[in-house]
Design a protein around this ligand. Structure first.
Ligand code: PMV
Length: 350
């Protein structure tokens, strides 16, 4: 391979888990399978510029620019990513890189950019591999599988951000093709209602995360409820099969909300313990429940490892729900901020 220099750009979305990944083993292997909606509007755009080095070098050479400015504090995460993927991408030390990255969502909104950021970078690395003709066949399946595999090594949930609309990650006995190593497109029937599901993200607390997700995953080691929780995730994936096919929103809501609360219950019952919800998170949850009961609108919430609330609902209910959000929920958001997103189709090369 004698490509001297070049560049490649990928745009990759965030995702929101319905069955949560929480707890991992060595090498970013998930303790339980998870499934997520790929999002559409919350995304990271990453340009990778590469230039062949003159001599052989034993280090990874890269500069990182975030929203146009050189960023030193993200470098350790990228350095770690390169170290983890080097065995699978041995050409990395032959090049020096400039990585330009930006997010479509506001900086420090409390929205994790690791899924969109790591998947975008993994795709850039795969495009370089492809150019180097290290990939003999022009096999799209191989490309996405390996990109997801690499993204997982950057940040577990990132392996679910490459394609749409529903992605499953982690071995499950009744899901053919499922793997701990990469995400796959959900292989069963998915009702149309889920293909345009809405996710309005209420920014309750835009501050730095109180617990990083790597610390959080580690709290599941020796956690008194860990084994039951992992078994529950398998069983919730089983239950979702029928729900995804039928579009039974009542069952969907009960599984998704229970998953969110269980994730937080795991953190509250670990050692050390954490409460990641804020008072406004609970206010919003109660308002959602009141609204659902009063109007019979199939709306529910889910949470990541933080205080922000994702409000999920079918596109058909959009007008009514957005009105409710504006009138009743925005008051609980920091500076009244929220982001409207929708289920999407995955990453795109720019
Ligand atoms: O990808 P990580 O290591 O940042 O973990 C993400 C974990 C959750 O967002 C809380 C759940 C999930 O499945 O996305």
């Amino acid at each position: 391979n004698n490509i001297e220099k070049g560049e490649v750009t990928w745009q990759s979305p965030s995702n929101i888990a319905l069955v949560k990944y929480w707890g991992k083993k060595e090498n970013q292997i998930p303790a339980n399978p998870s499934v997520s909606f790929t999002l559409n509007n919350c995304k990271t755009t990453t340009k990778l510029e590469f230039q062949k080095k003159s001599g052989k070098s034993e280090s990874f050479d890269f500069e990182l620019y975030f929203e146009g400015k050189k960023k030193e504090d993200f470098k350790p995460k990228i350095q770690q990513f390169f170290e983890r993927i080097e065995t699978y991408c041995p050409f990395l030390k032959e090049y020096s890189f400039k990585i330009y990255t930006e997010n479509s969502f506001p900086h420090s909104s409390g929205i994790a950019s690791s899924a969109s950021g790591m998947s975008a970078l993994a795709l850039c690395v795969m495009s370089l591999e492809k150019e180097l003709e290290a990939i003999q066949t022009n096999n799209e399946e191989y490309f996405y599988k390996k990109a997801s595999f690499l993204a997982r090594l950057g940040s577990g949930s990132a392996c679910r951000s490459l394609e749409g609309e529903l992605i499953e990650w982690g071995e499950h006995k009744d899901i053919p093709g499922s793997s701990d190593l990469f995400g796959i497109k959900y292989p069963f029937e998915v009702n149309e209602v889920f293909k345009s599901f809405q996710d309005t993200i209420l920014l309750v607390d835009k501050g730095q995360k109180q617990v990083s997700s790597s610390v959080g995953h580690n709290l599941m080691h020796g956690h008194p409820f860990a084994e039951n929780r992992f078994a529950q995730a398998h069983s919730n994936l089983d239950k979702l099969k029928e729900v995804f096919a039928s579009g039974n929103l009542e069952k969907f809501i009960s599984i998704v909300e229970s998953e969110a609360l269980t994730l937080h219950a795991m953190m509250m019952s670990s050692n050390p313990y954490f409460i990641l919800m804020k008072p406004n998170t609970l206010q919003i949850i109660n308002k959602i429940w009141e609204f659902r009961e009063a109007t019979e609108t199939p709306i529910c919430f889910t949470l990541d490892a933080g205080a922000n609330v994702h409000v999920l609902y079918p596109e058909a209910n959009k007008t009514k729900v957005l009105e409710f959000i504006k009138n009743e929920l925005v008051a609980y958001c920091e500076k009244g901020q929220y982001i409207c997103d929708v289920v999407g189709k995955g990453a795109e090369k720019v």
